[in-house]
Design a binder for this molecule. Sequence first.
Ligand code: NAP
Length: 246
Amino acid sequence: MFEYQAPPNLLADRVILVTGAGRGIGAAAAEAYAAHGAKVILLGKTAANLQAVAQRIVGAGHPRPAVFELDLEHAGTSDYEKLEVRIDDEFGRLDGLLHNASLLGPRANLDEIPDADFIQVMQVNVNATFMLTRAMLPLLHRSTDASVIFTSSSVGRKGRAQWGAYAVSKFATEGLMQTLADELAGSSLIRANSLNPGGTRTDMRAQAYPGEDPQRNPRPEEIMPVYLYLMGPDSTGVNGQAFDAR
Ligand code: NAP
């Protein structure tokens, strides 16, 4: 496990946007960020999931998060512009962006994957990540110390049979991170890094490994140290690196 002990006020007053915040790792990250003082913005497809996370955050005594319902498969430039205007109006800047939402898609050989499935995975995992990053950059530039985290996977670092569009999309995610990090290096206060959570007890893991005993993998809450480290000021100056949660 990545060793890091976050101080309780690590993210005091930081404004942090988390995609796929309604369940799994994204929900745990949003709750961990709020618990460390951040004002969080929850983005996801399913309103009920986002509201449940918002309720848990309020119930734990933290400020009510902003909630932005958006289906990344069908979102276009105007949706991202609307989000940018809303965050600008409400907060005036963005200090952190966790790109977490993803689709697994079919676990099949490449010659068995229909066009529509490949395109859908690339749209959610890559194209949406690009468009959201581009839209948020003006707000991130207003922060004194902003962090962008791209969620990767072990199959985004070495291809593996039957991981299909998902593996390709995670290589592209690493490419987005490296390109952005290089563009920002030396001239910006924004840093960009990738993070592979490793096998974690979520719906996606169960979908990828249907026969597996879920208890074999840590709960999302257990892998939060690296999510906190990369989002907080202790990682200032760390840019263009590929991290593993464990
Ligand atoms: P998960 O349980 O399947 O949750 C996925 C999240 O993404 C949900 O909140 C979902 O929102 C959101 N999402 C999916 N499609 C969306 C869309 N079209 N528009 C908006 N939001 C959408 O996944 P997870 O296991 O927590 O994974 C989180 C991240 O870690 C992903 O990037 C995944 O690739 C990566 N990862 C996970 C593991 C693992 O073992 N779990 C391993 C390596 C990498 P709804 O609730 O609205 O459906």
